[in-house]
Design a protein around this ligand. Structure first.
Ligand SMILES: N[C@@H](CCC(=O)N[C@@H](CS)C(=O)NCC(=O)O)C(=O)O
Length: 216
């Protein structure tokens, strides 16, 4: 197969990059990665060299460039036949929860930025933040309850939905979200995942800090 190259941001902070990277690890495709250090004077130029949106992640496959984390996951799912649940109803719900993440939870994303290596951070919990946390908790419970049989993931087997919510798990871990037992159990599965552990080890080694994302 034509080689795949995934362009990502700092592993400690780039939540969108993590989604595409994790999915690619889970479906077992081989790819090269290029890390662009975010929040430096050279960042903009480096980002624009790789994709039209000036954002990461970006996937290069031969002459094709795919930007946007969910579009990359979809493309990799088409290449490999892996990534979405097999059953049509489960697949429809998996797409809905992935889309809900992609287009929503803006309060959670802005008040609790992903900071993979940080622990025991505390921030004021606003009503809007609490509502985002509660909705995610409800959603995880619903997926696990209806579709989780047969594996530890939201739809049993690993899917794009799990990749989409992995950065949320890291945020909950950093800022200490109050969540249900099922949600805590799901978080433990995500945190023990070998691919995520590989990402976290690399994040720990990174020398860069983004002050705006050091919260709590
Ligand atoms: N909707 C896009 C969002 C991508 C995005 O916002 N990426 C951030 C990093 S996580 C970025 O590239 N920021 C540019 C910058 O920091 O200069 C996606 O899903 O890929």
């Amino acid at each position: 197969m034509t080689p795949l190259t995934l362009v990502i941001g700092n592993k400690n902070y780039s939540s969108w990059s993590l989604r595409a990277w994790l999915l690619m690890k889970h479906v077992g495709v081989t790819f090269e990665e290029i890390v662009i250090v975010l929040d430096t004077p050279g960042t903009r130029e480096a980002l624009e060299r790789h994709g039209p949106s000036g954002r990461v992640p970006v996937l290069h496959h031969g002459a094709l460039t795919v930007w946007d984390s969910l579009a990359i996951c979809e493309y990799v799912a088409e290449l490999t036949g892996k990534g979405w649940p097999e059953h049509r109803e489960a697949r429809a719900v998996a797409r809905a929860v992935a889309a809900e993440m992609h287009s929503g939870f803006t309060t959670l994303r802005s008040l609790w930025p992903m900071n993979a290596r940080a622990r025991n951070r505390h921030t004021a919990v606003t009503a809007a933040l609490e509502a985002d946390v509660e909705r995610i908790d409800e959603l995880w419970n619903d997926c696990r309850g209806r579709f989780g049989e047969g594996g530890p993931w939201l739809f049993g087997a690993y899917s794009i939905a799990d990749a989409m919510y992995a950065p949320v798990v890291l945020r909950f871990n950093t800022y200490g979200a109050g969540i249900s037992q099922t949600a805590r159990w799901y978080m433990a599965s995500v945190l023990e995942d070998a691919a995520l552990q590989e990402w976290l080890q690399a994040a720990k080694q990174e020398p860069w800090t983004i002050a705006a994302d050091e919260v709590g």
